[in-house]
Design a protein around this ligand. Structure first.
Ligand SMILES: Cc1cc2nc3c(=O)[nH]c(=O)nc-3n(C[C@H](O)[C@H](O)[C@H](O)COP(=O)(O)OP(=O)(O)OC[C@H]3O[C@@H](n4cnc5c(N)ncnc54)[C@H](O)[C@@H]3O)c2cc1C
Ligand SMILES: *[C@@H]1O[C@H](CO)[C@@H](O)[C@H](O)[C@H]1NC(C)=O
Ligand SMILES: *[C@@H]1O[C@H](CO)[C@@H](O)[C@H](O)[C@H]1NC(C)=O
Ligand SMILES: *[C@@H]1O[C@H](CO)[C@@H](O)[C@H](O)[C@H]1NC(C)=O
Ligand SMILES: *[C@@H]1O[C@H](CO)[C@@H](O)[C@H](O)[C@H]1NC(C)=O
Ligand SMILES: *[C@@H]1O[C@H](CO)[C@@H](O)[C@H](O)[C@H]1NC(C)=O
Length: 540
């Protein structure tokens, strides 16, 4: 370990020297020429080329990050193979142009395709690298980063209906970003996060080499499974598939505050994390004083009704609420609430026209001690009983999603992967606010005030020191790498400042991530506003 750190330090000075001695003027032109020598020109979209905006917008979800003030890339590279990714890294380092890696483009702060501050960078958009190979003989699959979760689910279930994979709910998100941050979903209480089921990966490192698990070593392999994605470009992932019954059971049960939603919700906090792993009941806290209980059960309706009657009679769920369906159908049901959604819809990569999308801002928390019923009454009456007052004036502009932990999640040591929110967590909260722009320049002030006041209020009731947050629900409000780190070709040195957000996302794992970063990317080439800063210190 000592030796490799010393080597990393040496290399870091060596390559800083190279970068500093590179003439920076006109390096963006040189960079483009370099790309065009190595990559077919139809795969490189420079600013000003006719399709540039269309390709840039192709997987942007949030119109907030596609305005006339958004800092855009110099160009977008759309690799058709590993060698194009290697070339992009090679040209980028040679001409000191940074890269942003985009798989599904769902990053909540748009960090996969925009920069907060002006700088030269290119986007490597992996959308065309999206193959899924299922191997039944050992129940594994290789999936490329550019595949969507919907494509992964579909390929797995179509090749054998009783196999599945634990990952998140939204089918259009990319495998690359989703796995890079962990991957929470409705089967995690039984099977863990996505990254708990990743057994190998292929990554292009800063030197442009393609590494597998054996050649990258266990430290780097640990870091890419949830460390937030700043260690290299992960091309593909080998995952272990899980078994599901031929039919699973789902329900959506809504309760109004007038129907004791707060009492039931207060009880849910103790019940849901302790339920059998086969059963996940999450809650959507919605406008008009409504709580929606959504469940996925890996078993029959009969057994689900019995389990609910025994463990959670307060909800009053009955056989009439239960729908049996295949696991693949349950994925569509979780989005649409409609069991008749054709499963082929999971293959639709489009998220709809950006011009008609809402603006969105999300934040996250973790709860380790149940929140009293009286506090829930407060939350409903102060934040969920009226319109937010901003765009559209619709109810439902504000939402909280409560995702229970426990089960398998509690059995995984906090240091096993970068995702540290394990034993002792009752549930995760995601706060979501959306608004429609009423006029150009409308920055959603009322929506942001609503979200900010709710988040401040919740501070006293959620995990503290640190106030934990989920890296896949990325939030630049909690901190970002400083300008001196970001604006500098040698951006090294932000470890202490990075604790502000790094310890909230990764807790005790932040330090190890920073040490791995120092060993594998000492000059911090793969950096963004919330990338892991390198830490050059022996591990103790
Ligand atoms: C509608 C919606 C629903 C969601 N539901 C869930 C959910 O149920 N559970 C959950 O856990 N999360 C959920 N998320 C969050 C989601 O997991 C993250 O936004 C995730 O980062 C998206 O991955 P992506 O590939 O689409 O994003 P991108 O924007 O492409 O990438 C996200 C980050 O990862 C980096 N990155 C991307 N690909 C690679 C790669 N191949 N190698 C290295 N770094 C890479 C990017 O540079 C960026 O920093 C949801 C998001 C949305 C928008
Ligand atoms: C916030 O979360 C919701 C629901 O998961 C999602 O639709 C939305 O895209 C997220 N916000 C951002 C900024 O991406
Ligand atoms: C599938 O897995 C088996 C068992 O591990 C292995 O022998 C075989 O090579 C794999 N097939 C492919 C195509 O990788
Ligand atoms: C509301 O639910 C709680 C928890 O289940 C229960 O203790 C309480 O008696 C219920 N109150 C009413 C009015 O039904
Ligand atoms: C794909 O999804 C988009 C956005 O939801 C929708 O507008 C479009 O009609 C869908 N396409 C197909 C073929 O279903
Ligand atoms: C950017 O857009 C805003 C709102 O649409 C507009 O007011 C402004 O003039 C535009 N600025 C430039 C430089 O085009």
């Amino acid at each position: 370990m000592r030796r490799s750190l010393a080597l990393a330090l040496f290399l870091s000075f060596f390559s800083c020297y190279l970068i500093i001695s590179t003439p920076s003027l006109a390096s963006s032109d040189e960079f483009l020429q370099c790309l065009r020598r190595e990559i077919p020109s139809r795969l490189v979209y420079a600013q000003g080329s006719s399709n540039f905006n269309e390709v840039l917008a192709s997987s942007i979800r949030n119109p907030k990050f596609f305005t006339n003030t958004t800092v855009r890339p110099l160009c977008i590279v759309t690799p058709a193979g590993a060698s194009h990714v290697q070339a992009a890294v090679g040209c980028g380092r040679r001409w000191a142009v940074g890269l942003r890696v985009r798989s599904g483009g769902h990053d909540y702060e748009g960090l996969s395709y925009r920069s907060v501050r002006p700088m030269d960078f290119a986007v490597v958009d992996l959308a065309a690298l999206r193959a899924v190979f299922v191997n039944h003989s050992d129940s594994t699959a290789w999936v490329d980063s550019g595949a969507t979760i919907g494509e992964l689910y579909y390929s797995i279930a179509k090749s054998s209906p009783e196999t599945a994979f634990p990952a998140g709910v939204c089918p259009t998100m990319g495998v690359g970003g989703h796995f890079s941050g962990g991957g929470m979903g409705l089967m995690m209480r039984k099977h863990g996060l996505s990254v708990d089921n990743v057994v190998d990966a292929k990554l292009v490192n800063r030197d442009g080499a393609v590494l597998g698990r054996a050649s990258m070593g266990e430290d780097l392999f640990w870091a890419v499974r949830g460390g937030g994605g700043s260690f290299g470009v992960v091309l593909s992932w080998k995952v272990r598939l899980v078994r599901v019954p031929p039919k699973v059971a789902v329900f959506n049960v809504a309760r109004m505050v007038g129907q004791n939603a707060t009492g039931i919700l207060a009880r849910w906090q103790d019940v849901a994390p302790a339920l059998p792993g086969e059963l996940t009941v999450r809650v959507l806290v919605q406008g008009r004083q409504r709580a929606l209980f959504q469940a996925l059960y890996l078993g029959t309706c009969k057994s689900l009704v019995a389990t609910m009657g025994r463990e959670f009679p307060e909800l009053g769920m009955t056989g009439a609420d239960c729908r049996p369906m295949t696991w693949l159908q349950s994925v569509g049901f979780a989005i649409s609430g409609n069991a008749d959604t054709p499963v082929e819809a999971l293959l639709n990569r489009s998220t709809g026209a950006l011009s008609s999308s809402s603006f969105v801002k999300n934040k996250s928390d973790y709860v380790r001690r149940a929140i009293p019923k009286a506090v829930w009454e407060d939350i409903f009456s102060r934040w969920f009983n009226k319109n937010i007052g901003s765009g559209g004036g619709r109810d439902g502009d504000g939402l909280m999603i409560l995702g229970p932990h426990g089960g398998f999640m509690s059995t995984v040591p906090a240091a096993a992967t970068p995702y540290p929110h394990r034993d002792g967590v009752l549930y995760n909260i995601q706060y979501i606010v959306s608004w429609r722009q009423q006029h150009a320049g409308d920055d959603g002030a009322a929506a942001m005030t609503w979200l900010g006041s709710l988040y401040d209020f919740m501070g006293q009731h959620v995990s503290k020191e640190p106030r934990e947050a989920y890296v896949n629900y990325r939030d630049l409000d909690i901190g970002e790498n400083s300008e001196s780190v970001m604006g500098n070709a040698n951006g090294v040195g932000g470890f202490d400042a990075g604790k502000a957000w790094g310890e909230r996302y990764f807790m005790g794992n932040y330090r190890r991530l920073a040490q791995v970063k120092a060993a594998v990317d000492p000059t911090d080439y793969f950096r963004n506003e919330q990338s892991i800063p390198p830490l050059f210190q022996p591990r103790n």
